[in-house]
Design a protein around this ligand. Structure first.
Ligand code: URP
Ligand code: ZN
Ligand code: ZN
Length: 493
């Protein structure tokens, strides 16, 4: 039968970041070509009656097949990581291509490209982790990476092998501003952590629960304030990743209110876990340790508020998967101190179901806010607007069908990552993505994987869409001209 559509998804309730409506979707060659009621069936026709039809999630912060600063390999490669993402309703990931200090950036990028192209089942892009911002990196390699569609980079203010000092951070921001690239900041004060940790270890406080003590909230607040101040000095946008709670969010909110070009992200662990979770028997607590650490109930409330009022524009997983053994979390078995544990928690598959169940279905946020925080804002901020994170004519057909009534009891065994545990074990969630399409290809259908290894594609990203600095940005023009900075005018919006 000849039909104008390869695939139709009909009779569903569609939500985008700005509206919810009933319509059918017509897809041809992987692209949405019609969104309207009453479409005729395509060659393949999916009946979405009773399900919500949402843009596939975009997870703009996950660590896949990456060697950490401490030299530990993630448990997920680009196959298990993207399969797990897809089962949780995500159709695009932005993971990290990590430079270690002696690495040549073009070699790093070629290596990640090769591995992802062989294995990914959904679309992907990379942020470059920059640990050696020398002249060659800043003048040659970073501009080339941006031209090749990697328009964001992450820098660290802590970890011995990753951290940049303030001088280097300014150099990176200056270059990013010229290129129109977005700087993502891991904002924690290195020396505060070192100092607290030293005193804890001296007193024999080695258990996982002391990780959260060493990473006191003020560690994060100080570094966030400094990162924002550096970015204001040079009038270059910055995005603070994995924000954990109250005072830090206040710092960000205040800077945004002043018109500074500051964006921020939070993650499931700051809504659904607490520091007290890491106070478990033996080494169990290590399963809940990430940096910054989960805090307390008041911090969780502050994160909810920040997500709802737009202070925190993106909700990502920060999936940092390490197995609970000597290859991952516990290099010295039960003798591992909190300083030696791999930092990070898994969450790529549960990111969306957790927020859908606890946010949307419990009435804390609208479905449109859910879509904005989990997909559309990521696409805009990271240079994929109109292509990803939206159900509209011309966009890639990245779509998840959600059954809002499905009850799921979370267990590690039901997940598709390669971690072997989940910090959300035993939670009861309502709502689950039953069918997931990437560029019109069925990736998950009725709980079964349909996509081939290597069928995901690299997403060449354009300019990040970031709020322009207000009056303060204008007032820094003369300063920037005086010190020879080229004007940062290359962000879209
Ligand atoms: O603890 C965390 N978040 N580990 C992952 C690495 C990072 O800094 O995002
Ligand atoms: Zn980080
Ligand atoms: Zn991370």
């Amino acid at each position: 039968m000849d039909t104008q559509f390869d695939l139709t998804i009909r009779n569903g309730r569609i939500s985008n970041a700005d509206a919810t409506f009933n319509a059918d979707i017509g897809i041809r060659d992987g692209v949405i070509v019609a969104v309207q009621p009453g479409l005729p069936p395509g060659r393949e026709d999916v009946d979405a009656t009773g399900r919500w039809v949402l843009p596939g999630g975009v997870d703009s912060h996950c660590h896949i097949e990456q060697l950490s600063g401490m030299g530990v390999m993630c448990a997920d490669d680009f196959y298990s990581g993207t399969v797990s993402a897809a089962f949780g309703g995500t159709t695009t990931i932005l993971s990290f291509a990590a430079q270690h200090r002696n690495d040549r950036i073009p070699d790093v990028l070629a290596d990640y490209h090769r591995r992802a192209a062989e294995k990914a089942v959904i679309d992907y892009g990379f942020h470059l982790i920059l640990t050696n911002p020398d002249e060659t990196a800043l003048r040659e390699h970073l501009p080339q990476a941006v031209r090749d569609g990697i328009s964001s980079l992450k820098v660290y203010m802590t970890y011995d092998k990753l951290k940049l000092d303030d001088y280097q951070l300014l150099d990176v921001m200056d270059t990013a501003g010229e290129l129109g690239a977005l700087v993502m900041m891991h904002a924690e004060n290195h020396d505060m952590i070192r100092w607290i940790a030293h005193r804890l270890l001296e007193r024999g406080h080695t258990a996982p629960k002391f990780h959260a003590v060493a990473h006191d909230p003020l560690v994060e607040t100080e570094a966030t304030n400094r990162a924002i101040t550096l970015s204001r000095l040079v009038d270059v946008p910055v995005l603070i990743v994995h924000v954990s709670g109250g005072e830090t969010i206040e710092v960000i909110r205040k800077a945004q209110q002043m018109g500074a070009s500051v964006l921020a992200e939070s993650c499931p662990q700051y809504l659904f876990l607490e520091a007290s979770d890491s106070d478990a028997d033996g080494m169990e607590g290590a399963k809940y340790c990430c940096s910054p650490p989960p805090r307390d109930a008041a911090s969780q409330e502050a994160v909810w508020a920040g997500l709802l009022d737009g202070t925190l524009g993106v909700y990502s997983s920060d999936h940092a998967p390490y197995r609970f053994d000597a290859s991952g979390k516990l290099p010295k078995g039960d003798k591992t101190t909190f300083k030696e544990m791999a930092n990070g928690v898994p969450g790529i598959e549960l990111r969306l179901p957790l927020l859908f169940s606890e946010g949307v279905l419990k009435g804390r946020m609208t479905i449109e806010q859910f879509v904005a925080l989990t997909a559309t804002n990521h696409a805009r901020i990271y240079g994929m607007a109109g292509r990803k994170g939206v159900i509209a004519v011309g966009a890639d057909a990245d779509i998840a069908l959600w059954d809002p009534t499905r009850q799921v009891d979370v267990s590690a065994g039901m997940l598709h990552d390669n971690v072997g545990y989940t910090p959300y074990e035993g939670r009861s969630l309502t709502g689950w993505p039953t069918d997931v399409f990437s560029r019109g290809r069925s990736v998950v259908r009725d709980g079964e994987l349909k996509a081939e290894r290597g069928s995901g594609r690299f997403v060449v990203r354009g300019r990040p869409e970031v709020p322009r600095a207000g009056a303060e940005g204008e007032s820094r023009r003369a300063f920037k001209a005086l010190i020879g900075m080229k004007h940062a005018a290359r962000y879209s919006r």
